[in-house]
Design a protein around this ligand. Structure first.
Ligand SMILES: Cc1cc2nc3c(=O)[nH]c(=O)nc-3n(C[C@H](O)[C@H](O)[C@H](O)COP(=O)(O)OP(=O)(O)OC[C@H]3O[C@@H](n4cnc5c(N)ncnc54)[C@H](O)[C@@H]3O)c2cc1C
Length: 381
């Protein structure tokens, strides 16, 4: 039986909601505190590799994610002009009844998580956060920003890349760093023959197109932008004319990408543009009775599409360890031992692929790293 009966999860995103589902399935009482009063997410999509589908299945959510997304079996690599150079099939890690991979819009995935969490009996408080965390021998006293307070057996920090819990309990000076690349995303109608992730190698990074639903896909460009004297990208968030700039940055691409660029990328407000950042907290990600999951502990660049997959896996493993008959400190140590090497591998592999892109290196190492990452993430968690 678990020695933890009441848990606070800080952050109602992919990691926090997965953790809540895992803990509720183990009969543990959960409160969730989410800073964003609207509890919404931005509109483009997410790639769910086989290990993400497998981890969602452990939470009882894979079937809905596949039904509301677009299942597929692999990826294709092209030159910038649209010439196909390689294909890769992924194994069905979650079992034969599921496709090997899935694409889904972030809002649909969010709705699957939020409705499941609310049905699970967890208590969710929106528009609030933690103000103070006091650790005692066998519990944590938490003061919230609305002036209330409560006591828990454990606090899970799932508050993303700029985690306040990480700053309060672990390291106030550890901040995400800009990686030298930005990501452009734009939803487009799914081209009829798009049956997986199609990537295109350009001179400053890669473009790609990912199916999200029978009628929807998203176009992405991850690239090295022009920088100003301060070393920061010259295109700022919220700038007018983003669609035109995105088209310019896609100018070298032909084939399907060039066609979608010219026909679809028109609406500034529909462009999702973000500098790519990363941060990794050195082990351990637990101190006393506070533990981190997801981007709060390890935010990777998206080069192998594994960030959210790692957050869901963290949640599954943490819930398994907390549900088993062992003291909390042992459960947290086991969580750490099972998660850190895997998250580190994803972080380091993504960084290496990015280094190759920044060095304009299209040699064999890139595809070797992708294959290695498929093998490693297929391993059981
Ligand atoms: C360009 C890009 C593309 C990506 N593509 C993929 C992909 O295809 N596949 C994939 O697996 N991963 C992808 N990722 C990574 C993925 O989005 C993240 O790893 C994932 O969202 C992490 O989930 P999380 O719950 O840890 O953090 P988040 O999703 O950031 O959620 C954190 C939550 O905490 C809330 N919060 C923040 N601060 C506080 C606070 N102080 N108090 C309370 N609540 C708070 C936030 O509002 C949010 O709801 C991509 C990332 C980027 C940048």
């Amino acid at each position: 039986m678990s020695s933890v009966e009441r848990v606070l999860v800080v952050g109602g995103g992919i990691g926090g909601l997965s953790t809540t589902m895992g803990l509720r399935r183990a009969g543990i009482e959960v409160d969730v505190v989410e800073l964003n009063p609207a509890w919404d997410v931005y509109g483009v999509g997410i790639i769910q590799p086989g290990n993400a589908v497998r981890a969602l299945d452990a939470l009882g959510l894979a079937r809905r994610a596949i039904e509301e997304g677009f299942g597929f079996s692999g990826s294709r690599m092209h030159l910038a002009d649209g010439t196909m150079v390689a294909t890769q099939d992924a194994p069905p890690l979650a079992g034969a009844e599921y496709p090997p991979m899935n694409g889904i819009t972030r809002p649909r995935l969010h709705e699957i998580f939020t409705s499941a969490v609310l049905e699970s009996g967890a208590r969710v408080v929106l528009g609030e956060s933690v103000e103070r965390i006091d650790q005692l021998a066998d519990r944590v006293d938490v003061a919230f920003t609305d002036g209330t307070s409560a006591t828990y057996h454990l606090v899970v920090g799932a508050d993303g890349i700029n985690s306040r819990v990480r700053a309060m309990v672990f390291d106030p000076d550890l901040r995400p760093s800009y990686t030298g690349q930005v990501c452009w995303r734009y939803n487009v109608p799914r081209p009829e023959d798009l049956d997986g992730i199609w990537m295109f190698m350009g001179s400053r990074g890669k473009a790609g197109i990912v199916p999200l639903a029978p009628d929807l896909a998203y176009l992405l460009l991850i690239e090295q932008p022009p920088v100003g004297d301060d070393g920061e990208p010259v295109v700022r968030l919220g700038v007018e004319g983003l669609a035109g700039i995105m088209r310019e940055r896609l100018a070298e691409y032909g084939g399907l990408i060039g066609d979608l660029r010219d026909r679809c990328v028109r609406d500034d407000a529909a462009v999702v543009y973000r500098p790519v950042e990363r941060v990794m907290l050195p082990a351990p990600w637990h101190r006393g009775r506070v533990v981190l999951v997801g981007d709060a502990a390890h935010a990777t660049s998206p080069h192998i599409g594994q960030g959210a997959a790692m957050a869901i896996e963290d949640a599954v493993v943490l819930a398994e360890e907390l549900a088993s008959d062992q003291p909390v400190d042992q459960a947290l140590a086991s969580y750490m031992a099972r998660r850190e090497p895997r998250a580190r591998f994803v972080f380091d592999t993504s960084r290496r692929i990015q280094e190759l892109e920044l060095a304009h290196d299209h040699g064999p190492e890139n595809s070797e790293l992708i294959v290695q990452s498929m093998i490693r993430t297929a391993e059981p968690i």
